[in-house]
Design a protein. Sequence first.
Length: 597
Amino acid sequence: MTEFRRTLLLVVLMMSLLMLYDKWRVYHGDTSFLAPKPAATKPVATSPSASAPAVDNAVLATAAASPASGAASAAAANLPVEDVVIQTDVVKARMSTLGGDLVDLDLLKYQEVDNHSEIWRQMKALVGKHDVVPPKTDVKVFDTNAAQFYAAQTGLAGLPGEALAHNVMRLASSERTLADGKDQLVVRFESPEVNGVQLVKTYTFHRGSYAIDVAHEVVNHSGAPVKPDLYLQLVRDGRMPEGGYLNGPSSYTGPAVYRDDTFHKIDFSDIAKAKAKGVSALDSKEATTNGWIAMIQHYFSSAWILAPGTSRSYSVGEFDPSVHGQPTYFTAMFTPMGTVAPGASQTVKATLFAGPQEEKLLAPLAPNLEQVKDYGRLKIIAQPLFWLLSKIHTVIGNWGWSIVALVVLLKIAFYGLNANAYRSMAKMKAVNPRIQELNVRYKDNPQQKQQEIMKIYREEKVNPLGGCLPILIQMPIFIALYTVLTSSAEMRGAPWMGWIHDLSIMDPYAILPILMTATSLIQVSLQPTPADPVQAKMMWLMPLAFSAALFSFPAGLTLYWVTNNALTILQQWMINRGIEGDKGKGLKATDAKIVKG
């Protein structure tokens, strides 16, 4: 039974290390090798449907794949294609008069490594790759430079003749910077009339907000009624964001759709496979009155949101041809604007979010928008953990100390369970010399040895499996907390104290991993020594291997583990002292003295 217990403990520790290594791989951009790939939404044919807007993907692809048509539109309207730079206190946006779309958006409060800096490249070439710290730049959500194509686009379809999908528009507002003392910045674009129909886009930026109000007004100057359809889409090529020491890659990068109370993530690879089969990865022709679309990456997301009750349908797919030689994907939402009579107008309002995946920012905008924060399979545990952690943070005001406080609360919650386990381990340590003696005495009679060992367990009321249950129960909690700490934008750039300036990246001086290794080895010294020399060595090697994996983990996670180890050592020491002084409860007087060793 003793060998079985130790073998089980080793298996649990190995599985824990394996799962954490798998999470580390995913955090650094590799795919998980432990779990099967989530099943893609069942593809459906893209045949026309009367209940959905008649939107042609060729029209939608104009912005991404047909710059020539934009130039032709510019020539026809005699309007120049120009960029309009807008700045508020939290974002800097570049908008194009070609379609009046957002083609570049910088988050002024968030920084990342600028891997494309020419100066840094030259310095790196001169002194070596690891000797020069690259410069930092503002985090980009939308970006249409050579390294990435990622934009938010809208337009009209379903009109006779040429659709107002991506015409060159006229800038009809003058302000480009949010002035001091003002809370809003309004940017207005007006398209030329096409067959008597005009589209007016009005963007309203708000101070301190990453949510942009976008109003689409259709003005009918023709002599006949029109029934246009509005599309809102997020377009992105398949290249993953580059990771630096401030912002590692995400466990998921790609489009998402929330409809009918269900959250769908559709991998780029699934979209490509569906296209190869001539079907859509997700094509909802049935209209609904709820939901939103998003494009997700590590820490940051964009999303189009319509007002509740507005009819909408969804589509996710791949453009053809590609942009900049890269496959380009879209997630789109369509809504009919109704019949617009001659001389009348119709307006549909939407919200474009482009910013960090902070739950306090996402939750007020749309139901379940916070699901863009990717907690993975342990969401049922991770969400309550983050809720508790955020509540602690509102009181303490420091995420590092909030993690410490969370560990204390978890230790209190599991105190009874851990106490029983540590008490069992202390008793095992106390009777271990007697078991070692039996191993020598009955080395040629395993059956008799097991009987004598079980007799000792009964006499001393020792449960040889008592130390396994807490590990099994707390392992999912630890992995879920890892997900919380690596997925929460709130941790990005959050300091703790002294040398820890960012809890979302590794400890720059490896102090916490070293402390974690030391406390883990102390824990091993408090546990009973296995009779098998190989198992005894493994018990000492496992913490070293475990600690080596944590050297590259976020400092917040290592802080959690060091705190947990310290409290565990304290609790184990107190229990050992209690058993040592309690001669008549559970151990013989002769055995109680052994605890001192």
